[in-house]
Design a protein around this ligand. Structure first.
Ligand SMILES: [Zn+2]
Length: 282
């Protein structure tokens, strides 16, 4: 079975061909099926079942999110986006709505932080149904950021390398991760990050699955790699600790065993998907 990350879908029809036609977007906004995403304190509002809440459109919604079974879905740009609060909603978010939650959050966050042209400094304006900005002064177009992050499980003789970041809750260990840098392949970023953070060399880097992480705009690229040795040199500026765990230790942790060697990442983190896949449970 291929791994299925929390944000895997189904999502909605993004209808990108319509975005470039302002009259088509205006007609969709005026249609009786149109609905607007409800915001609550800078985060998308959820109902008691964890689904996104939708309300009547007011007519001034500027973000065209797409078509849900043909019904137009819009959002206003909120005054601010509350990242930590949004993150705390993931535990209750319905996974069917996770892609749209991520899109609305990342897109809004990008608009709020990119109001000015990065070429000439003039105030830019939203275009393409909210999926781009254009500068009226120099005509440059700017597109929403997606920041690639590699996150990987390195193995050595049926043991798995996991690490702890200082901000994790007590006992939690997870996959190591880091941003892909300009001029770098995914494979090179995996090898570099494992070298920098844990002091290991790896071969056989393989892609497994990806998911958006809208805090504010990461794309987590899940990979596996094979270590050439198990001696660790931990970068304590990045990590509290890193350790090799046996398959039995990982199985016990994922099963929620009270005596497990570590606390696993939550179900909405792709690290959890990678761990489930590694023990053959994905
Ligand atoms: Zn400009």
């Amino acid at each position: 079975m291929p791994p299925e990350p929390f944000f895997a879908g189904p999502g909605i029809d993004r209808a990108d061909a319509l975005r470039n036609r302002p009259e088509a977007v205006a007609a969709l906004l005026a249609s009786p099926d149109a609905r607007a995403l409800a915001w609550d304190g800078g985060v998308p509002a959820l109902d008691s079942m964890g689904a996104l809440r939708w309300g009547e459109v007011r007519g001034d919604e500027t973000l065209f999110l797409g078509l849900d079974n043909g019904a137009p879905r819009f959002a206003t740009l909120p005054e601010s986006v509350a990242g930590p609060e949004a993150r705390s909603l993931l535990a209750q978010l319905d996974r069917d709505d996770a892609p749209l939650f991520a899109a609305a959050l990342s897109l809004s966050s990008w608009h709020l932080r990119h109001g000015f042209c990065s070429v000439c400094g003039a105030a830019s304006a939203m275009v393409r149904g909210g999926w781009a900005r254009r500068c009226p002064s120099c005509d440059a177009e700017h597109y929403p950021r997606v920041d690639p992050v590699v996150i990987m499980l390195a193995t050595f003789e049926d043991r798995l390398l996991l690490g702890r970041q200082p901000q994790y809750p007590p006992g939690r260990y997870s996959a190591l991760a880091g941003f892909v840098e300009p001029g770098e392949t995914i494979e090179a970023a995996v090898a570099r990050e494992l070298g920098e953070e844990a002091g290991i060399a790896v071969t056989d880097v393989h892609y497994l699955a990806s998911q958006p992480w809208p805090f504010p705009s990461s794309l987590m690229i899940g990979c596996t790699a094979t270590a050439t040795g198990d001696a660790l040199t931990i970068d304590h500026d990045e990590l509290d600790d890193a350790r090799w765990f046996s398959r039995d230790e990982v199985i016990a942790a994922l099963a929620g065993d009270a005596n497990a060697a570590f606390l696993p990442p939550p179900r909405f983190a792709i690290a959890r998907t990678l761990l489930d896949h590694w023990i053959g449970d994905a």
